[in-house]
Design a protein around this ligand. Sequence first.
Ligand code: NAP
Length: 309
Amino acid sequence: MYDVIVIGGGAAGLTAALYSLRAGKKVLVLESENFGGQITASPRVDNYPGLPAVSGSAFADALLEQVLELGGEIEMERAAAVELDGPFKTVRAGRESYTGKSLILATGVRHRRLGLPGEETLAGSGVSYCAVCDGAFFKGKKVAVAGGGDTALQSALFLSSMAEAVYLIHRRETFRAEAALTVRLAGNAKIQQITPYRITALQGETELKGLTLIQTVTGEAKELAVDGLFVAVGQEPDNQAFAGLVQLDEAGYIRAGEDCCTSAPGVFAAGDCRSKGVRQLTTATADGAVAALAACVYADALDFSAART
Ligand code: NAP
């Protein structure tokens, strides 16, 4: 029996584990892919207070180390379902089941796809969703980045140090990325901005060879030969496995306020997976702390009532 089970080992989930462990709780973290979550794809995090210019993966490694040093247990499993047994929560993951007094959902988000024919087939063969992870494969080659947010601009800037040419393709003339990134972009001669254009087709059957683009205003089409495409068009939630446990909003995010409380008693939501206005590293770690402290209170209350009966 765990006091706190955390589903998701990103910044929110690991912070939740850290706070729960420091409160003396027995804690399990379930993670299906990589510890650190989205932040590991950031080559440089410049806006985490007190830690200027740390890489996302160094940040994640240090946080995981903190959790392990405090005795946190981890399992590399995807949580498939959660069942309630009175106040207890049983998480089914792989062939195992884990039961806890309180549960923190910190499932983050997954990369949004462009939804083009061949995109799934070409993933790993020219199409990537992570410049930090795959950029080195494109040294001296021509690459495109799709998107106009922080991730797209960070990816283009990162790739410009190794690729022969970087094309940043965005469907509008203006970028939604933070001003500091647009300033760095403007000063980078290696990055060619192609706006306002949409990618309408991927060329190549087993390997990406190029892109078909359409100018969004005039409808003019053009072809662009590239070896790689980095898709950075945002994220979407991945909470369907918990739809019967907690309420989701229209977009699929878990309904929970700043107190991280969901519609199910003893189940909390932290980080990008919950409905919220600002999805940043700072807000993810803040949620982790809030959810953990609430989860610990819930677990203590169960212990207290068990001791009285
Ligand atoms: P985002 O801010 O949601 O931006 C997604 C971009 O992709 C937008 O420019 C959007 O265009 C475009 N887009 C969406 N769907 C598209 C489609 N189907 N086809 C073509 N383009 C499409 O996503 P993000 O950049 O991944 O950032 C997510 C969150 O993480 C944000 O809150 C961001 O601030 C944060 N973040 C912060 C940092 C940092 O260092 N501060 C780094 C990375 C991420 P429109 O602009 O036209 O909507």
